[in-house]
Design a protein around this ligand. Structure first.
Ligand code: C5P
Length: 403
């Protein structure tokens, strides 16, 4: 079974403007191809002075549209055929000049003509000198384009190739690919609030030591990102994790199970869907030391007490229509233990996965999951990326919400 991923098979037109950041467009192209998108490239005359069309041609295996009057091998109206072919258009880098032309409807070269002719959604990734970006003309043009429904990314901050520092960096290719996924995803979670928990918890022994587990938060972050792509308002309550915060997601950072409980209970009533993928520590040291415990001869006995079970509490106060999803990571008796939790915690769905395998579980890029339902037989999925598993889970959550 192959789960749906947003960019697989999508026809993406990548347009490059004439800025120094165009070398990063090559990386973006590779990234989109890794996501199995079908990419064609167009460039302005100035972009072709920074990186030659041959680079894009070799990588896409297609001609590059740079000159409207060059021989296009019988495809004389390429500005229309390509504009119609595209399911989404990305402009990276989008120079001040390109934004101005699009805002005014000027079509005087291959890229600006394609942009005027296409009916596909457009993502602009501005990149320019900070003063050019802040110029009222540029700001007005970008605002006007945003009002027209064009997706406009904020440029990154930092050291610019021109020597100035400030806003103007081309957003990172990973961020551009992320926003593109949102642009092409179905908006089947629009109007829904999804609360996701992720990562491990740290249970303090003393100010510099804690009890934890190997969870990295990858699965929960993937769920939060996928739900945001599909139009949900997403709140992510994250234990200590070193992953970048998902774009467009309100992330609340906590350390311990007790902090996670407070954050989740305060937010749960707003949520239509709660997905608890955090690996919450079941126990915490009873009396964490105020100061660092000094080494002495002999051992240390750590007295542990039970943490509250957050999901159990949520299950008890679940309101009608709310969908509650739990995760069960086990090293043995996976389905039996997971079913027990499903019932005990009053869940609609539980995602069970065997941990301790090289390709599934903590920290891996892929996951092998089993979905267990209250009144349906379990469903075992093939090994897939955590992103694909997240989308597969969201498909089931939607179905559970409709039931
Ligand atoms: O610890 P257990 O295996 O029962 O965890 C299963 C589910 O319960 C997970 O979804 C986890 O996030 C949640 N949980 C929780 N609070 C705890 C322990 C687990 O919400 N203290």
């Amino acid at each position: 079974m192959r789960a749906h991923l947003p960019l697989v098979g999508k026809r993406i037109l990548l347009c490059a403007g004439g800025g120094i950041a165009v070398y990063k467009t090559v990386e973006l192209l590779r990234l989109l191809q890794k996501e199995e998108a079908l990419v064609r490239a167009a460039m302005t005359r100035n972009a072709a002075r920074f990186v030659t069309p041959l680079t894009f041609e070799a990588l896409t295996g297609e001609p590059v549209y740079a000159d409207m009057f060059a021989d296009t091998g019988g495809d004389a109206i390429r500005h229309i055929t390509w504009a119609d072919w595209a399911e989404a258009v990305v402009v990276a880098p989008c120079t001040a000049n390109l934004a101005a032309k699009l805002a005014c409807g000027i079509a005087d070269d291959a890229v600006s003509t394609l942009l005027l002719a296409t009916r596909a959604p457009v993502l602009l990734c501005p990149s320019m000198n900070v003063n050019m970006f802040r110029h009222p003309a540029t700001q007005e043009n970008l605002e006007r384009l945003a009002r027209r429904g064009v997706a406009v990314m904020s440029p990154g901050q930092g050291f610019l190739a021109c020597g100035w520092s400030g806003e103007g960096r081309l957003p990172e290719p990973l961020e551009i690919a992320d926003r593109l996924k949102k642009l092409v995803s179905p908006r089947d979670f629009a109007g829904k609030t999804v609360l996701v928990t992720a990562g491990p918890t740290h249970e303090a022994i003393d100010p510099v030591r804690f009890v934890t587990n190997p969870s990295t938060g990858k699965m929960g972050y993937a769920v939060a990102r996928a739900a945001e792509h599909r139009g949900a308002r997403v709140i992510l309550v994250s234990g200590p994790a070193s992953l970048p915060e998902p774009l467009g997601v309100a992330t609340v950072r906590v350390k311990s199970a007790l902090e996670m409980r407070d954050a989740v209970l305060a937010l749960a009533d707003e949520a239509d869907i709660v997905i608890k993928s955090a690996a919450v520590s079941d126990y915490r040291p009873e009396n964490p030391a105020e100061h660092k415990i000094k080494k002495t001869e002999g051992g240390v006995l750590l007295e542990m007490v039970r943490n509250p079970d957050i999901l159990l509490e949520l299950g008890k106060r679940k309101r009608s229509g709310q969908v509650l999803v739990g995760f069960a990571a086990e090293t043995q008796n996976l389905e039996a233990y997971a079913r027990e939790k499903l019932e005990k915690k009053n869940l609609d769905l539980i995602v069970a996965n065997l941990v301790g395998k090289p390709d599934s579980g903590f920290g891996t890029e892929t996951n092998r999951v089993v979905f267990l339902y209250k009144e349906k037989p379990p469903e075992t999925l093939d090994l897939m990326s955590k992103e694909a598993a997240a989308h597969a889970l969201l498909d089931r959550v939607l179905a559970a919400g409709r039931a």
